[in-house]
Design a protein around this ligand. Sequence first.
Ligand code: ZN
Ligand code: MN
Length: 484
Amino acid sequence: MSKTIHDKYPDYAVNIGIEVHAQLTTKSKIFCSCSNEVIKEPNTNICNICAGHPGILPVLNKKVVDHAILAGLAVNCKITQLCSFDRKHYFYPDLPKNYQITQNDYPICTEGHVSIRLEDGSTKKICLIRIHMEEDAGKNIHAPLSNESFVDLNRAGTPLLEIVSHPDITSSYEAKAYLKSLRSIVQYLKICTGNMEEGAFRADTNISIRKKDAQKLGTRCELKNINSFKFIGDAIDYEIERQITVLESGGTIQQETRLWDTKNKKTVVMRTKEEAADYRFFQDPDLPLVEVNEEWISRIKKQLPELPYEKLERFCIQKELTPYEAAILVDDIELANYFEKASQYTESKQLINWMLRDVLSYLKEQKISLIEFKITPQQLAEIVELVDKGIINNRSAQEVFKIVAQTGESPEQVVKNKELEQVGSVEELEKIIKEIITSNPNQVATYKAGNDRLFGFFVGQAMQKTKGKGNPKIIQELLKKHLK
Ligand code: ZN
Ligand code: MN
């Protein structure tokens, strides 16, 4: 529960379990050789198999199993040695076979956990029940104006991993943290784009509440098809309060699927939920059992990249970032890679501030992604160095940043063109300061005799001689050095 809801209803506990569907980025679909790319023209990327014609024989794409094992290993699952595929029956126009091929009894991965970071900086393990492989359905497209509906089967047969958590999650904050962790893991593994808006990473959230002392979980409601972290968080908070209000007023919670109405900021009923038995699961006779031996597992184990939580730890130690700073970078692999590249060109502690303050706010302001961002990691490091070396001051650096972001020009060139260089270099200023000292022997003697207040006089002289463009920090340092 969020703090405010928790304070309002201290007697209630919340349990949230999340089912994530992650579309895999294999070359071909899960049971046929059709391309797994997203193709716009409807029904042009289909064959007898993924369109579900009668009498067809699906053949499992081995890469899908590789990806599933990789995901399982990354989240500490047990890999099932002998797993099977089952038919899950339901009728939907975008599923012409009238059953989905999925894994029910023997999923490829079981148990495991994902660690999340809580608001107080501590970590919590969210335990997983299972990860299984299945096919995606097609898409129904409704045209309300002409009162027509269409079916596009291009997406049918897209390989999915369904990752099912225990109802260990107790607040919208934890739910978002869990989803962010999981999403960055699949992105780091390069098995899923994680794009929520395009539906490549979708979360169904099951929420139930109970009195704190009750052992049994309350009746759950499922939130479906919410495509942003923020909306998921808002919908969970709304739903917790709605359920508590229903119970407090003497009502009961109906098991149902609800949608998030972004306009009115409330959840609305979509349908009352089918029971699991309605699906009439049975093992698919068209697909053989999948035997995963130790050799296969160890081959995949070798492909495991550095995972987000490992990168976070390394950034804290090696790059001396705070866990807070590191977490922001690690959340987004592109951002983490960008920072890592830039840090090869500068050791300045200011780099992280430029990343988290200037780069992120610029991307947000321009509504662009890091890929479209024109400042290369090396150029950002150059800007940071220009400030650190005293060549430009912070205000000019902001200007350089904006220009490079628009034109991609080299920062040094921008500084030259716009004459942004501070007066001046250490050498230039040293010359001026030596002059001031020789032409003011009385003041120097008084200062050296202990009149510290005269220091301001020398600074003033230096600023005058540089027409106000002197770097005050360097001037003060040089004065201290030469007046010793
Ligand atoms: Zn196909
Ligand atoms: Mn599913």
